[in-house]
Design a protein around this ligand. Structure first.
Ligand code: ZN
Length: 348
């Protein structure tokens, strides 16, 4: 019976076992390789599909970077599309996921800057502040981080911190003079101790040296000190405060002063407060003045939009910093005719 089976001490038996083992291992490796390749292809096709329809998951960006070796700049470009489309939550999520796998310090700084911007644009000011402060810890001369911190401190009304940032930017030879005057003006405007009279004086002195703050001064005087407004009307840009004058209450208008300025006469003729035979170079005012002389009863009004002289973007309300390019006091008022309904009952 022993002759029917090879003796396990027989060298031939050992060779057979080794051969079978090699075959089994090769077969398993090959099968596993095939399975893995198939799985990878399937995942790749899925990723490609998500890429085509623009619905990449957060992990996909990591795979594109680590598995498919897509250049880091291309990954950032892809992820930044969320930032530009205003999908800040998605942008934040992608940047946070990428931060977990990126080791290089320069790339990390780049990602942190984009994360800070996403938080800022998404309205998460405190988180944005924390991110930029973190960047400054290892890169204290990062101008982008400093500029964003200045905007954040201004929005949070942390003016002392804003002035510290201005000093640092000044040392880095950034032209920051306008920002300095602007923040000084905001500090004065927000000061709860200084009286309205004293504030008016100080603001007018600031205005003499810095014409660009005239809108801030006009807004303050219209709200808190109208007599001083009318006394100093020559220092203000009436055309660029058209909306402020348009919405003034009849009883707050000093018509003796108004009559000395053609544009003010045009505004209040268009409004219907005074009647003068006057023309206007501003089309919208001219239309309204004409309607006041017409036998038609026209219910027309003015609306205003604001166009940034720097980036040319239009905004529905006035803001001291352009929400798009963050330039200071570059929004220019643009009147628009609104609600023009014709009443023809007088003809019937
Ligand atoms: Zn702008």
């Amino acid at each position: 019976m022993n002759e029917l089976f090879p003796n396990f001490r027989d060298p031939l038996f050992g060779i057979i076992i080794i051969a079978i083992s090699i075959f089994a291992i090769s077969f398993l490796t090959y099968t596993f390789g095939l399975y893995r390749e198939k799985k990878t292809r399937k995942e790749y096709r899925k990723l490609l599909k998500r890429f085509e329809i623009g619905k990449l998951k957060d992990d996909d960006f990591v795979h594109l970077y680590t598995t498919y070796n897509l250049p880091f700049d291309s990954i950032l470009l892809l992820a930044s599309s969320f930032l530009h489309k205003g999908n800040y939550t998605k942008a934040i999520s992608v940047y946070l996921t990428l931060l977990e796998v990126v080791k290089d310090n320069v790339k990390k700084e780049e990602l942190l800057e984009l994360l800070g911007t996403s938080y800022f644009k998404g309205g998460f000011l405190q988180r944005s502040k924390d991110i930029y402060l973190k960047i400054l810890k290892f890169s204290p001369r990062n101008k982008n981080a400093l500029n964003y911190l200045l905007l954040i401190y201004e929005k949070l009304k942390e003016y002392d911190n804003a002035m510290d940032i201005i000093e640092v930017l000044d040392e880095l030879d950034v032209d920051i003079k306008q920002d300095k005057v602007y923040i000084q003006t905001l500090i004065l405007l927000e000061d709860p101790i200084v009286s309205f009279e004293k504030k008016s004086d100080l603001l007018l002195k600031l205005l003499d040296e810095n014409r660009f703050i005239q809108r801030l001064v006009a807004q303050f005087l219209i709200k808190y000190n109208k007599p001083i407004l009318w006394q100093n009307i020559n220092k203000l840009d009436i055309a660029n405060n058209l909306d402020l004058f348009w919405y003034l209450d009849f009883n707050d208008i000093d018509f003796d002063v108004v009559m000395k300025y053609d544009l003010l006469v045009q505004i209040y003729c268009a409004k219907g407060y005074i009647k003068e035979d006057i023309k206007s170079d501003i089309f919208e005012l001219m239309v309204l003045i004409s309607t006041k002389h017409s036998t038609y009863e026209v219910d027309a009004d003015l609306n205003f939009e604001f166009i940034c002289s720097k980036c040319k973007k239009t905004h529905p309300i006035f803001e001291t910093r352009c929400p798009h390019c963050h330039s200071i006091l570059t929004l220019k008022v643009n009147p628009k005719l609104a609600k023009q309904t014709l009443n023809i009952s007088s003809f019937l």
